[in-house]
Design a binder for this molecule. Structure first.
Ligand SMILES: O=C([O-])CC(=O)C(=O)O
Ligand SMILES: [Mg+2]
Length: 387
């Protein structure tokens, strides 16, 4: 049993939206296929992966370093002999040989993308949904019903509060009961008006989270905290620079409600520093580490270990990124839920065809692997890459 080929293509996921920090007019993502020599139903098992929005495709790193380390490794050294399967942790170690520690910028995206494809292949080889395989290996009960919230509310040329409210109402109509919008890309007073308009629109049918995308300095973050604490928000997200743990800790003195952060922390070491120094509160705050940006599930398992050491439950994690991989981890390992972008980043985001959001939850179907085969627009581009 071996990995015979690794393919990458960089795809556009551009749109005219903008958050407080970047616009998405040139956004791309890497799509990868990991082809094995294992035959199921007369065809080779192929695992697929892609990275989440926000960090661009990683074709250069994948093609120049990580693909060759997988293909050039002794194939036996990548196997889990006891399970007669590929061992994702060994593939991970092969990819990371001759990589220095620290400085976890973007190679973590390249490795996370390939790691997703490896797990997809591993679960397909066992002919199980990945969430069932994870629950089994970790001695847990799987729960295929997962909380999801609708992320959007971007700044958009010509978008006024009427359009923003219509967008949010559309999410409620599709079964969501938590919605998220961007802040920090306008003045505080303008953002207050946007928030009040949305709160009035959604009424008691849903809760609202707000996301500053790391834009604020301490003073602005506090000014917003004082404004936002007047409203019953679901969370106040990524207030300042993702690596400024002292800022995060200081804001907690001004904001008693829930805060969320972590989508731009790419390693278990960075996650540990957040828990050590960021003043995050395990009884109310949320952690958004996204395996597809941060060295994959092999690393995410280490991050979950760190959480345990610091007294955090996996149920405080609601990953960034809106992909099916995190849905699998949520259903298999008991995360608190997952992000979703109902109108953005297609065909990569979302759920298998026919899966509906009901009362803010989706139920994972019993598809082998991550379940990409159940999403027709997505599997089409994946198969184009593999064939
Ligand atoms: O706008 C983005 O970069 C995405 C983001 O922060 C989120 O989904 O939380
Ligand atoms: Mg965010």
């Amino acid at each position: 049993m071996r990995i015979v080929e690794v393919r990458e293509v960089t795809k556009p996921i551009a749109s005219p939206i903008r958050n407080a920090y970047i616009d998405f007019s040139k956004m791309t993502a890497s799509l990868v296929a990991v082809v094995t020599d294992v035959i199921r139903d007369g065809k080779p098992v192929v695992g697929y992966g892609f990275n989440s929005n926000g960090r661009y495709g990683q074709g250069g790193l994948i093609r120049e370093r990580f693909r060759d380390r997988i293909l050039q490794a002794d194939s036996k050294s990548l196997l889990d002999d006891a399970r007669d399967n590929i061992d994702p942790a060994k593939v991970w170690a092969a990819m990371m040989q001759n990589e220095k520690p620290g400085g976890h910028g973007e190679r973590s995206v390249a490795v996370g993308t390939l790691d997703m494809a490896v797990w997809d292949a591993v679960a397909k080889i066992e002919n199980k949904p990945l969430f069932r395989l994870l629950a089994e290996r970790h001695g847990r009960e799987a729960n295929p019903s997962v909380f999801v919230y609708a992320a959007g509310g971007y700044y958009y040329p010509g978008k006024d509060n009427t359009a923003l409210c219509a967008e949010m109402r559309g999410y409620l109509d599709r079964g969501y009961n938590v919605v998220k919008m961007k802040i920090g890309g306008a003045s505080l007073e303008e953002d207050r008006g946007r928030i009040e308009a949305v709160l009035k629109e959604i009424g008691s049918r849903a809760q609202l989270a707000v996301d500053a995308n790391g834009r604020f300095d301490l003073e602005t973050g506090i000014a917003y905290a004082k404004m936002l604490r007047d409203y019953p928000l679901f969370w106040y997200e990524e207030i300042g620079d993702p690596l400024d743990y002292a800022l995060q800790a200081a804001i907690s003195e001004f904001y008693p409600g829930a805060m969320a952060t972590g989508e731009n922390l790419f390693s278990h070491q960075d996650a540990r520093n957040l828990l050590r120094y960021g003043g995050m509160r395990p009884d109310r705050d949320w952690l958004q580490f996204d395996c597809a940006l941060s060295y994959g599930l092999v690393e995410y398992l280490r991050t979950l270990e760190v959480l345990k050491q610091f007294g955090w439950s996996p149920s405080r994690c609601i990953p960034h990124g809106g992909h099916q991989m995190s849905l699998m981890i949520a259903a298999g390992l008991g995360l608190g839920g997952n992000e979703s972008y109902p109108d953005l980043f297609q065909p990569y985001g979302g759920f298998p065809d026919g899966v509906r959001v009901e009362n803010g939850r989706v139920t994972m179907p019993e598809l082998p692997g991550i379940g990409f085969e159940g999403k027709s627009d997505l599997i089409q581009v994946m198969r184009e890459l593999a064939s």
